[in-house]
Design a protein around this ligand. Structure first.
Ligand code: HEC
Length: 251
């Protein structure tokens, strides 16, 4: 700002101060009216828009897909952007580093941009950054809403598996029994257990997989994998066929 602008600003400010109304009680009064209206709206919605009660919690589920409320989808989706073999990297990046850097920049804006100009039209840089952040959040929210969940194995396809075959049935068992929550297939799934994308190359045989699935610790002493003894013989056979071919017949 040059001298003339500075003086003009001081003049305007002194004028406004002389004519203006004090913060207390005028501004406080307006704040209260808006706050009361907002609260009345929330209370009104709570009274007239009843929240339905969902089904009781089923604690034995093995196919639960952990998904946040929609307004957290942008953070949830960011975890997938930083997807990495190491499970900690996405968590640190998406839930700590990136959001906190943005927050620090937001809090620091008045210190970084020290010009007196406050009209939005005169601040194209700040305006474009704000718009970009909003577009980014909207895009991530949309992706989080429509994208595949990390545990949904249905998105993974293997060549060599024909619809209706035993292996196809085995893959369905794999997806619906929640194996994906601990095991990866082609980059999708959990990381508690080993990645099974090429487990067939170990030449263990269908029978080994059947016995291991029924009672993992009987086959692999000390195994932390839960037993799936409730599967039918057909399901176990299909699952074994599917697993035994991974990386060899099914790629
Ligand atoms: C709670 C997590 C968890 C679930 C659910 C789970 N597993 Fe596992 N799985 C493990 C762990 C941990 C291991 C490593 C110990 C072992 O080999 O038994 C493992 C090992 C395996 C292995 C041996 C891999 C190898 O290279 O030797 C196979 C095959 C396997 N799981 C298949 C399955 C199938 C099929 C399902 C679903 C019916 C399933 N798992 C569900 C945790 C899990």
């Amino acid at each position: 700002m040059n001298r003339a602008q500075q003086e003009a600003y001081r003049r305007d400010y002194a004028q406004a101060k002389k004519e203006g109304k004090p913060f207390f009680p005028y501004a406080i009064y307006k704040d209260h009216i808006v706050a009361i209206l907002v609260f009345a709206g929330i209370i009104g919605m709570a009274i007239w828009q009843r929240v339905p009660v969902g089904p009781p919690v089923y604690t034995a589920t093995s196919t639960f897909e952990p998904r946040p409320e929609w307004y957290f989808f942008f953070l949830f989706q960011m975890l997938k952007i930083f997807k990495n073999q190491n499970a900690l990297v996405p968590v640190i990046m998406a839930t700590f580093l990136v959001p906190n850097i943005l927050m620090v920049l937001l809090v620091g804006t008045p210190f970084i941009d020290r010009r007196a100009e406050r009209r939005i039209s005169k601040r194209p840089f700040a305006l474009s950054v704000a718009i970009l952040v909003f577009i980014g959040m909207a895009w991530l929210t949309y992706q989080g809403e429509t994208g595949a969940t990390p545990t949904s194995g249905g998105a993974v396809t293997f060549t060599g598996i024909t619809p209706g075959s035993s292996a196809a049935a085995g893959q369905t068992v794999f997806d619906t029994e929640g194996c994906t929550s601990c095991h990866m297939l082609k980059g999708a799934g959990g990381q508690v257990g080993p990645n099974l994308t090429t487990v067939g190359t170990k030449n263990l045989g269908v029978d080994w997989f059947v016995r291991h699935t029924k009672c993992p610790s009987c086959v692999t002493p000390g195994s932390q994998m839960p037993p799936f003894a409730g599967l039918t013989p057909t399901q176990l056979q299909d699952l074994g066929t599917f697993l035994n071919g991974l990386g060899t017949t099914y790629k």
